[in-house]
Design a protein around this ligand. Structure first.
Ligand code: SF4
Length: 793
């Protein structure tokens, strides 16, 4: 188990590395005899924990009784500290070195994460190349969207697993757990599984591996209990997948082919998953997930089931063109996403985007009636067959819609993806895309427009349709320092160009149109969708012909096996009328006001104030307390907290004031059961309904800090000189550190045992600055001091 105490106070967002969340599996102790799996995601915690794939995999392994833990890419500051302190990459749950696991399963969702994979292997002390790994090394497998073209990363993995975890995990477990097999025998067995592929059995053959998928979305595979992160993550709410796959047939969309066939969860299963998930997590909101939510055959009923229960509903894939009047009434609020993708009707036919522009524009005039604040418009540039007129069409369309409603526009360069009807098409180069972006920037007025940068898209295009020669470029770029290439602040295009040049590879060659006569590198993977069907779609696209959703017109023969699709009742495009919405009435019975005193200790000292408040509110919800909510569009529980505790400090005197609908006699017992480790309840009292607030009563905090053992001035902070230091400090009127006079913030300063007790005014100076001034130490030394908040005045 790795000791992180000395480095966590010095890195950004230390909560990324502590684990210990509600809903995770496993104790801090790692028993070497267990067969163990580490689920790895090559990006930071906040991104990885927002991945439904990671959550499903974790649940599936856990359900089968495996020792399963998680690991994410350490941010660059943590990487530097780990290397300096010789700390190997470790798991989140037990802080065990990743090298000690039997299997490391990477979930690969994005090509620009490839250098992070190498960084994680390197930090773990595992050889980057499969052929260099030894018997004691873990088996490194990859799954996820990227493995639909595994060639650019082939040598880094022992096995690729193509398809859905629901099928793959139960088949993998007997192999991983078979103690009679050697490492290479296990790799051979895993690669023989349906969906399995190893470096040794690729042979560049068309259809070497066929995707596997589950025929039904079973309720058993919904992550339960869900993990509740302490820190704010990208999608920090309960996520319930209501459908998988899509049959709309947009010709640029890879998800539309690789996730076929379409499968749904029924209304009852969704309602139960939401009820159970919210009660176990304490989340206040749920995201319903699918590629196209409004195509779910029971979507109106599902939304109706969840309305009016203080649940904040997030519907991310809401296509404005499929929004019926009834659904608009049910979900009104927030934003609507409209994805015309192209600026003209002609180009939309090319890409098979079935949207009536006049109806879409008319609908935006009525968004306000239903409580929508704005529309998000999504467009792509560089699509096959695009002309200047199509780019001008984007400007015209945006400028028309903005007269009706507030809009935000997002522009993404088109990247031809494997296994789509556009997999053979040419990708625009950087100059072409820049020219189009500049045209759009000058043409679109008074609207916030965001663009994906063309350099990142070029790399994505190269690697998504790449071949095995590119693994050398990934390795080279990693050696040159490439990390987190999807993060604009760390992305360095020149570094990648240097890597291509050093490996003698021209990236532009990967953007060219591909011949339909030749086998494509990624056709090593069989998605189940026929090549001939993709070619037919390409032909239709070139003629500007559309092919409608097979759930509406019947099977068009894409070839996916075991498809049991039910016809879709066609829905009318937005037909919003001007009817009045019913007013919400809030009854106000007598409320109870409680003050709860609690402790925050252990690793929780690395959780910031906002994350702490969120974790505690979720604990109150899990305890089933009748919380009182604020009114308005996004109701929030009425809970107030004592002033923020500095990151890295512990405390036994924190407070929260909670308003409940009624008297709850056993509040302490109920909340204790749901608190994450590291929190404890010390006292609960009932307050008068109109008593003073925490912020008006807690003005001075009392801290206890251990005396540091060393500093810039070796004599200064030691115990024998401490009394003199304290006296000197208190006698002065001005004690400056970093241009801040910290002296007025200190009301009392006393030596007590091995430490110093300080009474500080809140908001006048930072405690870390005060310690620097008092003990004559630098910032990094001050941050690792042991400090506890012990009282208030
Ligand atoms: S097999 Fe037919 S019905 Fe099923 S997804 Fe393909 S085209 Fe649609």
């Amino acid at each position: 188990m790795c000791n992180l105490d000395s480095i966590l106070p010095l890195v950004r967002k230390p909560g990324r590395y502590i684990g210990d969340e509600i809903g995770r599996r496993g104790e801090r102790q790692f028993a070497p005899a267990d067969t163990s799996v580490a689920i790895a995601f090559p990006d930071v915690y906040e991104v990885g924990m927002s991945s439904l794939g990671v959550r499903i995999l974790y649940h599936l392994f856990r359900k089968e009784g495996m020792r399963v833990e998680r690991v994410f890419s350490p941010w660059v500051d943590m990487e530097e500290k780990m290397r300096k302190n010789k700390i190997p990459l470790f798991s989140l749950e037990s802080h065990t070195p990743i090298k000690d696991f039997d299997l490391v399963a990477f979930s690969l969702q994005y090509e620009l994460n490839y250098t992070n994979v190498l960084c994680m292997l390197d930090l773990a002390g595992i050889p980057l190349l499969s052929e260099e790994r030894k018997e004691k090394d873990p088996i490194i497998v990859a799954g996820g969207t990227c493995v639909f073209n595994p060639l650019p990363i082939l040598p880094f993995f022992d096995v690729f697993l193509v398809g859905e975890g629901e099928v793959l995990v139960p088949e993998m477990i007997p192999v991983i757990g078979d103690k009679s097999l050697t490492r290479s025998e296990k790799i051979a067995e895993l690669s023989k599984l349906s969906g399995g592929l190893s470096v040794k059995n690729t042979g560049n053959l068309q259809g070497s591996v066929r995707k596997v998928f589950t025929a039904i979305l079973s309720p058993d595979t919904i992550p339960d209990p869900p993990i509740v992160p302490f820190i704010d993550i990208v999608h920090d709410r309960l996520v319930v997948e209501i459908a998988r796959g899509c049959t709309r047939g947009c010709r640029f969309c890879q998800a539309g082919t690789i996730y076929r066939p379409y499968r749904e969860r029924d209304r009852k299963t969704v309602a139960e998953a939401v009820r159970c998930g919210l009660s176990k997590t304490g989340y206040g909101g749920v995201t319903l997930l699918s590629l196209s939510l409004l195509d779910h055959s029971e979507i109106e009923e599902i939304i109706r089931d969840l309305r009016g229960k203080n649940i904040s509903l997030s519907l991310p894939s809401l296509r404005g063109d499929a929004l019926t009047d009834r659904v608009a009434r049910l979900i009104g609020g927030g934003s609507v996403t409209l994805a015309p993708e192209a600026g003209t009707e002609r180009l939309r036919r090319v890409i098979n985007k079935d949207i009536n522009e006049d109806e879409m524009i008319a609908s935006t005039r009525r968004l306000k009636l239903y409580g929508f604040t704005h529309a998000k418009l999504y467009f792509m540039i560089g699509l096959p067959g695009e002309t200047d007129e199509d780019i001008e069409g984007i400007v015209k369309l945006v400028n028309t819609i903005r007269k009706n409603t507030s809009v935000k526009v997002s522009i993404s360069p088109f990247v031809p993806r494997p296994h789509t009807p556009f997999q053979w098409e040419r990708q625009n180069d950087i100059e072409e895309l820049r020219e189009k972006i500049n045209f759009l920037k000058s043409g679109i007025k008074k609207v916030r427009v965001s663009y994906r940068d063309p350099e990142g898209c070029l790399l994505e295009g190269v690697f998504s349709r790449g071949d095995e020669r590119l693994s050398k470029v990934v390795e080279r770029a990693y050696g040159l320092g490439a990390r987190f290439d999807e993060w604009s602040e760390l992305f360095c295009f020149d570094r990648w160009m240097e890597a291509f040049e050093k490996e003698g590879i021209d990236p532009a060659g990967y953007l060219r149109e591909r011949s339909v006569e030749k086998t494509l590198p990624w056709e090593i993977v069989d998605t189940g969708v026929r090549r001939e069907w993709l070619l037919e779609e390409r032909e239709l696209s070139r003629r500007g012909d559309m092919r409608r959703d097979c759930r509406i017109i019947g099977c068009t023969g894409c070839g996916i096996f075991d498809c049991e699709i039910k016809p879709l009742k066609e829905k009318s495009v937005i037909q919003m009328d001007y009817g009045r919405r019913a007013k919400m009435v809030h009854l106000t019975p007598v409320k109870m006001r409680y003050r709860i005193m609690y402790s925050k200790t252990g690793d929780l000292r690395f959780i910031g104030h906002l994350d702490t408040t969120r974790a505690l509110i979720r604990a109150l919800k899990r305890a089933g307390l009748p919380l009182v909510y604020s009114q308005g569009y996004k109701p929030k529980p009425r809970v107030a907290f004592s002033p923020p505790l500095t990151l890295g400090f512990t405390s036994r005197v924190e407070y929260m004031d909670v308003i409940l609908e009624r008297l709850v006699p056993d509040i302490e017992v109920r909340v204790k059961r749901t608190l994450p480790d590291g929190f404890a309840i010390n006292a609960v009292e009932i307050l008068p309904p109109k008593g003073a607030s925490l912020s008006s009563t807690l003005l001075h905090q009392r801290l206890r800090v251990d005396i540091p053992q060393c500093g810039r001035d070796p004599g200064a902070p030691r115990r024998d000189g401490l009394i003199r230091l304290i006296n000197d400090f208190m006698e002065k009127e001005v004690v400056e550190i970093d241009g801040v006079n910290v002296r007025p913030a200190v009301l009392e300063l006393k030596k007590r045992g091995d430490g110093v007790e300080i009474l500080m005014k809140l908001g006048k100076a930072k405690p870390i600055q005060l310690f620097q001034a008092l003990f004559n130490i630098i910032d990094e030394e001050a941050r690792v001091l042991k400090v506890e908040r012990i009282g208030w005045q």
